[in-house]
Design a protein around this ligand. Sequence first.
Ligand code: ZN
Length: 110
Amino acid sequence: MSARLDCPLCGAVVVEGTDDIAPGACPGCGARYEGGESSAPDAVRTALAGFGADALDPAAVTDAVFRLTPADSAERGVAITSDARDDFYRWWLFVRAGDDGDVIAVLSAV
Ligand SMILES: [Zn+2]
């Protein structure tokens, strides 16, 4: 079993060849990622908790991130993606918060 995760914001390989993926940060652009659930809504809920943004509505954030074009995602610094595994995959929410590191502000603006 090996898993691979590419950053949807900059294209860097974040994790490759590991048995499992833990939340962390992209080595390319510094975006933080959280989630790791088998459905996108569950991944967003887990990610919001991980980011300390549980006050935001997971359903609304899920809906919003799936409406973003790649250009929107790059501009706003938010994207959702799935990793690649042998027989299934999991969803991850990436947030690039900029210099002040305010992930909640970025997510609130999606
Ligand atoms: Zn990146």
